[in-house]
Design a protein around this ligand. Structure first.
Ligand SMILES: Cc1cc2nc3c(=O)[nH]c(=O)nc-3n(C[C@H](O)[C@H](O)[C@H](O)COP(=O)(O)O)c2cc1C
Length: 354
């Protein structure tokens, strides 16, 4: 997610779940070819498996960027055909690419030929007034779109299960206003599998907690979680168990031990980033890490104070040594109610009652 899922965000999410597949924000193919590659592409080796998402519509550029992505160590390349922003439309990529399935097919083919890692596409259920739930032509339109990318060698689509409205709605509204149609996405998966049994269809859009994921477990090959993972990252603590149990166990503990274990890993990660900055002679801002973890204490008493400390720039500026990194995190969490003597009562099994 643009401005959100940068390398620090992904490294934090990797601390919470070993098995989740992490995605970069959309990176313009031109930025990769002509821009500062390291700035756009560098990631921590612990992030694997990690997918590079590309934006663009020029097959040659997309193929080149995909190939660079593979050389950089990414595990998969995803093409964005779902972003409705006007800026992206002006560049003729994102969701408006759904209007040009032949061009998308050519891009997929070019990426396939330029790499030997999996290629995938993220898209919407349709554009503007289309209604694939009620109009067979609109359904056939999106089914053909998926079949085409499967034919060209993509191994997966992620369906954001609502339309993109290209005129009149902001990107934010485009994530809430068009109705979610999980049933259509489910049917599309069944229909695509008739011709491509190994093809994966991932559901995205509006999944807010682990109970939501578990409810749809058997109907999809996977789930992409955006806003909920960012705002309430603690749900990721339950994901490895969720995956290992085939969608059955989706609760997770957020107690003192779990918190301390996560906190220790955050400290270790932050210290190693600090060392990297020192080596590269670049400024270290702990705020570029803490901004992604503000939601971790969501729901715990004392969370507000914790969030305030983690975003107080006067405090953050002073954190400029490995020791002060440790002191900072340890003192910030001191007032969370999770560290009460009355531990048993505070051992939360979160997420099971939804
Ligand atoms: C701030 C923000 C940035 C986003 N950037 C991207 C992006 O770069 N690529 C992409 O495929 N989707 C992007 N999205 C859309 C999400 O990936 C996702 O499709 C959408 O939010 C619906 O899923 P959710 O309900 O789980 O959040 C973004 C969403 C947000 C809120």
């Amino acid at each position: 997610m643009m401005e959100w899922s940068d390398r620090h965000c992904r490294s934090f999410h990797r601390i919470l779940s070993k098995e989740a597949i992490l995605y970069t924000e959309m990176v313009n193919s031109g930025a990769i070819i002509f821009g500062d590659k390291a700035r756009h592409l560098d990631f921590d080796k612990n992030e694997h498996p990690v997918v590079l998402q590309l934006g663009g519509s020029e097959p040659e550029d997309i193929a080149k960027a995909a190939s660079i992505g593979q050389q950089w160590g990414y595990d998969q390349i995803d093409l964005n055909c779902g972003c409705p922003s006007e800026r992206v439309q002006r560049g003729s990529f994102g969701a408006c690419l759904m209007r040009e399935p032949e061009l998308v097919a050519t891009c997929v083919k070019a990426m396939k030929e330029a790499t030997d890692i999996p290629i995938s596409v993220k898209h919407r259920l349709g554009l503007d007034e289309m209604n694939p739930a009620e109009n067979i032509q609109d359904y056939q339109f999106v089914l053909n779109f998926i079949l085409k990318v499967a034919e060209m060698g993509a191994s997966q689509v992620t369906i954001h299960a609502r339309n993109a409205i290209l005129k009149g709605l902001s990107p934010k509204e485009n994530r809430t206003v068009p109705p979610l149609r999980y049933e259509v996405a489910k049917q599309l998966r069944l229909d695509v599998k008739k011709d491509f049994p190994d093809f994966k269809v991932i559901l995205n859009g509006g999944l807010e907690n682990n109970a939501d994921i578990a409810r749809h477990w058997d109907d999809f090959d996977g789930f992409m979680i955006g806003r909920a993972a960012y705002h309430h990252p603690a749900i990721l603590i339950g994901w490895d168990r969720l995956i290992q149990s085939g969608g059955k166990d989706y609760g997770y503990f957020l107690n003192e031990n779990v918190w301390l274990e996560i906190q220790e890993k955050i400290i270790t990660y932050t210290q190693s980033w600090y060392r990297e900055c020192q080596q590269k002679n670049q400024p270290f801002h702990i705020g570029s890490i803490t901004r992604h973890i503000l939601g971790l204490a969501y729901g715990l008493a004392g969370a507000r104070h914790w969030r305030q400390v983690l975003s107080d720039h006067r405090i953050l500026h002073q954190v400029q040594s490995e020791k002060s990194i440790r002191d900072f995190f340890e003192s910030a969490s001191q007032n969370l109610r999770i560290f009460s003597a009355d531990n048993e009562e505070l051992t939360l099994l979160v997420g099971t009652e939804e």
